[in-house]
Write a protein that binds this ligand. Structure first.
Ligand code: GDP
Ligand code: MG
Length: 728
């Protein structure tokens, strides 16, 4: 018989790590909530008949967020055979809040007290026997990360499921609450599964809307129940939901007092808190964050001798893809005696194009490595906290930070993560703006211009990142003023996990994942496009009819590019570079790496072997002055994301109209900012001359400022959601 075990616990309690240990699968381990929104299944290692279900992390069974709805619906309606409740041992009070509710559900429950390695390191101890006794269910200590105790915990759960051993009964509330609960249970007996009777009664006592609707109780019955609830509320002088939450916490306090011994007592400040005093300090937080970003980009793609990423990328561009591979292929193709066009296709199309992209692999790897370390250490959660503070100042939802942080890897999961935002208007804004964040695929664009035009200054990448964040915040402010998006955002509650040393396994896994994704795209979709692109730029109509052309400016590709290149004239795309820039931008819609591939192919003139890959860079630097290069980079970072991301937008918006609005908004915003930068900054530096477009750029700036500072639509008194489980 098949046995299903549900893995439930708070966000960041280690569910995904445990899931991977138990099933041998490779789910992404994220340090923020929302990464697991869909539930995932796997079979328990060595037990093909046992299915483990990884559920989204939740703080309580009251459905205030989509994660809670998913988890609760699963637990209540799908009847798993047992629940493996994973509890963060370093944060046991808050985690047990959910545990008490899970036990009420009536399924067999095993509590796995996780992070026991950290608990021991802190010098604390948890008496599992006492804990088991107090909670009335089996408790086992584990370390999901080290694999300790995980199988044992799962096997106990399987055993309980096989024998249908239920927990010894949930804790008892105060007298008057139990009195009301007894009445409620009595009135709904027969309507619900016996095992769930107590859980339903408690939910009805809390006036849980979802349960009321689900049970479809008659008005007269509801009125009768209401009387009992009100009686109890009057006696205890509090509202029903708070009464339950309060009594749960009091109960948990007694359990913890009995079973947990803390070395430093409750109020001693941990090292982690001390670090946070500095790192999340009101004034220091943003400067520290900026420094961290600077250091990260400096190591990954800076101009210094110790910039590992740049050293390796220079080598890859100049030596590997600039000399070795071309010379090697040159030899082979020469021996084979391939025809001229095939030689051109391979050398100037594929090697030049794909090589230009692959040259950035070292920088991408170093960047991913550093990001993964920051994430695993716990710093990225602080970043979320810091940015939330900024967002809140502007009346924006801090919840869009998680999608933003995920999007630094790839926009697609970033956009999907926006579904954790319960309020429709804020979710829409997030979907519309998450694509502004520079993702991994945009890094080569940044690296290309930083290298070709700005001497590898890490400031280019840092500024690109903050321009992305700025675009999100500014767009949020602008959009929030429209009636469609107005409204007070729901509070963003996020715990800050204790800082800990990064685990080599986690870090390597996510670094290699990202690097592999990049290589995969470069050798499939980018490769295919480079072939198409090479044909289009090598053939065209000449006086002698259709055929190979010497000058790419006479090619089909140039003709196609010139069809729409004029639209970008206000951004400074002029002369021969205009159609190249236009083509690069359009191919960027397929995948953002294609922008660099396109430049690699188009600037690799006349089939002559370049002495060094940097020759392409010199040609690009000749076509782009610093302001034009920067403005081009901004446009490509902010304009419509790649097709995959547009697909994700479509999925999350669930509407074609809103997808178009999003793409239109992003392109318009990118165009405006890019024009303002080129025309106005360029005017100062002398790169642009005064023209009608200068005036246009001035008007765009005024319009932007108006949209930011105008008085928006104001919503009158509004109820905000507040979860009882998060009130502490
Ligand atoms: P989820 O949000 O519940 O899925 O939690 P994750 O599996 O993503 O884990 C959150 C963080 O806790 C990750 O950085 C893990 O490496 C870390 N972690 C998980 N289990 C343990 C453990 O047993 N010991 C330690 N020290 N860290 C752990
Ligand atoms: Mg997870």
């Amino acid at each position: 018989m098949e046995i299903r075990i549900a893995l439930a616990g708070n966000p960041n309690s280690g569910k995904t790590t445990l899931f991977n240990t138990l099933t041998g699968s490779n789910q992404y381990v994220g340090n923020w909530p929302g990464v697991t929104v869909e539930k995932k299944e796997g079979t328990l290692k060595g037990h093909p008949d046992v299915i483990i279900q990884d559920l989204p992390g939740i703080y309580s069974l009251s459905p205030y967020s989509p994660e809670e709805v998913v988890t609760r619906t699963y637990l209540v309606n799908e009847h798993p055979d047992a629940i493996l409740n994973i509890v963060d041992g370093t944060n046991i009070e808050r985690n047990l809040y959910l545990t008490t509710q899970l036990i009420e559900l009536g399924h067999p429950v095993v509590v796995a007290v996780n992070m026991i390695d950290l608990v021991r390191k802190n010098g604390d101890s948890i008496d599992l026997e006492k804990l088991s006794k107090a909670l009335g269910c089996v408790c086992i200590e584990i370390s999901a990360l080290k694999g300790e105790g995980c199988m044992a915990a799962a096997e106990v759960a399987v055993e309980l499921a096989r024998n249908h051993t239920h927990s010894e009964g949930p804790h008892v509330f105060g007298g008057s609450v139990e009195h009301a609960l007894a009445h409620i249970e009595e009135s709904i007996e027969g309507t619900v599964d016996r095992n769930y009777l107590r859980w339903y009664a408690i939910k009805l006592f809390e006036r849980d809307d979802m349960v009321r609707r689900e049970l479809g109780l008659e008005k007269s019955l509801l009125k009768h129940l209401e009387q009992h609830i009100v009686d109890c509320e009057e006696e205890l002088d509090d509202d029903a939901e708070s009464i339950i939450a309060d009594q749960r916490y009091k109960y948990i306090d007694t359990v913890v007092k009995r079973a947990v011994k803390k070395k430093h007592g409750k109020h001693a400040m941990r090292l982690s808190d001390k670090i946070d005093r500095v790192v999340t300090n009101r004034f220091l937080a943003l400067p520290i964050f900026a420094c961290v970003m600077f250091l990260m980009y400096a190591i990954a793609m800076g101009s210094y001798e110790w910039s590992i990423g740049t050293l390796a990328t220079d080598w890859a561009n100049d030596v590997l893809f600039g000399l070795w591979i071309p010379n090697f292929l040159d030899g082979i193709l020469g021996t084979l005696g391939v025809s001229g066009w095939l030689y051109g296709l391979i050398m100037d199309g594929i090697v030049a194009g794909v090589g230009a992209v692959l040259g950035f692999v070292p920088q991408i790897l170093v960047l991913s490595l550093l990001l993964s370390i920051l994430e695993d250490v716990g710093y990225m959660s602080r970043v979320a906290f810091i940015i939330d503070r900024v967002m809140r100042k502007f009346g924006l939802s801090g919840k869009s930070i998680i999608p933003m942080l995920v999007a630094t890897g790839c926009g697609v999961p970033g956009i999907l993560a926006s579904r954790t935002i319960e309020q429709e208007n804020d979710r829409k804004i997030t979907v519309m703006t998450t694509g502004f964040i520079p993702c991994g695929a945009k890094m080569p664009i940044i690296g290309l211009f930083a290298g070709a035009v700005f001497g590898n200054s890490p400031l280019v990448a840092v500024s690109a990142f903050f321009i992305g964040v700025g675009a999100v915040v500014i767009s949020g402010v602008i959009l929030k003023k429209f009636k469609t998006f107005a409204g007070k955002p729901a509070p963003f509650v996020m715990e800050l996990p204790t800082y800990h040393l990064p685990s080599a396994k986690n870090v390597l896994r996510s670094t290699l994942d990202r690097g592999w994704d990049f290589v995969k795209r470069a050798t499939t979709i980018v490769l295919l496009s480079s072939i198409v692109l090479w044909f289009l730029q090598s053939y065209g109509f000449t006086d002698a009819g259709f055929g190979a052309v010497e000058d790419a400016n006479a090619s089909l590709l140039a003709a196609i590019g010139n069809l729409f290149a004029w639209r970008f004239y206000p951004l400074g795309w002029m002369g021969d570079m205009a159609w190249k820039a236009a083509v690069a931008t359009v191919t960027g819609l397929i995948a953002k790496e294609e922008v660099v591939m396109t430049f690699g192919t188009l600037y690799n003139y006349a089939g002559e072997l370049s002495e060094s890959g940097n020759e392409i860079w010199t040609l690009i630097a000749g076509d782009f002055g610093p302001v034009r290069a920067y403005s081009f980079m901004i446009f490509n970072l902010l304009c419509a994301p790649c097709f995959a991301a547009i697909g994700a937008i479509r999925r999350e918006m669930g509407s074609g109209k809103w997808t178009w609005i999003t793409v239109g908004y992003m392109c318009g915003f990118a165009y405006g900012i890019s024009m303002i930068v080129y025309q106005l900054v360029g005017l100062v530096t002398g790169e642009a001359v005064f023209s009608l477009f200068t005036v246009l750029a001035g008007l765009a700036l005024v319009a932007l400022l108006y949209l930011i500072f105008r008085k928006g639509y104001v919503v009158k008194a509004e109820k905000t959601l507040e979860s009882a489980g998060m009130r502490r």
